[in-house]
Design a protein around this ligand. Structure first.
Ligand SMILES: [Zn+2]
Length: 353
């Protein structure tokens, strides 16, 4: 027998010895945590209670892995997680098919589209993570929802970029709104994040209506500005274009989403009956995902129609500057959320002393 064969045999016997030790090794690993059943609203601190939702709460203070595993558990956040989580593979799949069919190079013309897709994936993932993991502790609850608001601000600017460069008409671009559009969208995107974080930090449950007003004013202003190129086109453009119906659908789905975000219906009329399926926040998530999917299709149509001229029409420098503002907005929103998290930490620390 050659020395090479002997060497291989000894390596093999070593591997078999190591494999035989594997069951003992596995026994020493910590076993996965067991999931506890859901509890009533009165069993969780008031921060975690939602109006008119009486049951289906996950107990607070479990291991992080319990909340990860609760993805497959029936609780009152399950559909809040899945309505945004399922949209992620749908967006990715649609982009993959689009890039394969039409060819998508990472050049100046496609940069706003790529940033829009990145912004949509960011808000969907941050929102799903917030709803899945927020019950861990009070600090986790605040921190994860602050992250959710960073996702909202990033998505707002992603939409603004794509609407401005692909969906606007020449007549709208000559208006005064168009001149202020991109800096205004970036500022209102940041303001939405800051106001939502502040309202979450400032007001305690049961939340006063002022909290919703504090959240809704900047987000509504941001939406009105971000959608203005599309609204102008819907009012003046030709409905023969295939993107028009998709844009009309994205606006309709967004308005429905906003309605269910603002009012706790239908649970207000059936307290305790919509705990697991059918409460307003789930319907809000569902309509927002449908809005994003229609918006993506509309933007694909608009991008195909203008991809050859977009750099020439807007100027490469202007386009790149607008896109460079995207990471700046991410940074400003993340810093704001981080500062608010520090304030929460201080407040919780003071309360614990
Ligand atoms: Zn949500």
């Amino acid at each position: 027998m050659s020395s090479a064969t002997l060497e291989r045999l000894s390596t093999l016997s070593l591997s078999v010895q190591q494999l035989s030790r594997l069951p003992r090794l596995l026994c020493t690993l910590p076993s996965p945590p067991s999931l506890r059943g859901t509890v009533r609203a009165s069993d969780v601190p008031s921060l975690f209670r939602e109006p008119y939702i009486l049951t289906g709460y996950r107990p607070v203070g479990q291991d992080w892995r319990c909340y990860l595993l609760s993805l497959f558990q029936r609780h009152n956040e399950s559909l809040n997680v899945w309505t945004h989580l399922l949209a992620v593979p749908l967006v990715l799949l649609r982009c993959w098919v689009f890039a394969g069919t039409w060819g998508l190079a990472l050049d100046a013309a496609s940069l706003p589209l790529c940033l829009y897709v990145a912004s949509a994936l960011t808000y969907l993932c941050f929102s799903a993570a917030a709803h899945l993991l927020q019950s861990h502790s009070e600090l986790a609850h605040y921190s994860l929802f602050f992250l959710d608001y960073v996702g909202v601000s990033v998505y707002q600017y992603g939409c603004a970029l794509a609407h401005y460069f692909y969906s606007s008409e020449p007549a709208w671009r000559e208006s005064g709104v168009a001149r202020l559009f991109l800096p205004g969208a970036a500022f209102l995107g940041w303001l939405s994040c800051a106001a939502c974080c502040f309202a979450k930090f400032r007001y305690r449950r049961p939340y006063p209506p002022r909290r919703k007003v504090c959240q809704l004013i900047p987000t509504t202003l941001a939406y009105l500005l971000d959608i203005s190129p599309v609204a102008h086109r819907l009012a003046t453009g030709s409905w023969a274009e295939p993107a028009m119906t998709l844009h009309a659908l994205q606006v309709a789905f967004f308005l429905l989403a906003a309605l269910f975000f603002s009012c706790p219906v239908p649970e207000r009329f059936f307290p305790g009956r919509c705990d697991i399926v059918g409460h307003g926040h789930q319907i809000f998530h569902l309509f927002l995902s449908l809005c994003t999917l229609c918006q993506l299709e509309a933007l694909f149509e608009d991008f195909l129609a203008c991809r050859r001229d977009v750099v020439q029409v807007h100027g490469e420098e202007h386009l790149l500057l607008a896109c460079a503002s995207f990471p700046l907005l991410v940074l400003c929103s993340a810093l704001t959320a981080g500062a608010m998290r520090k304030s929460v930490q201080r407040r919780l620390g003071v309360r614990l002393d």
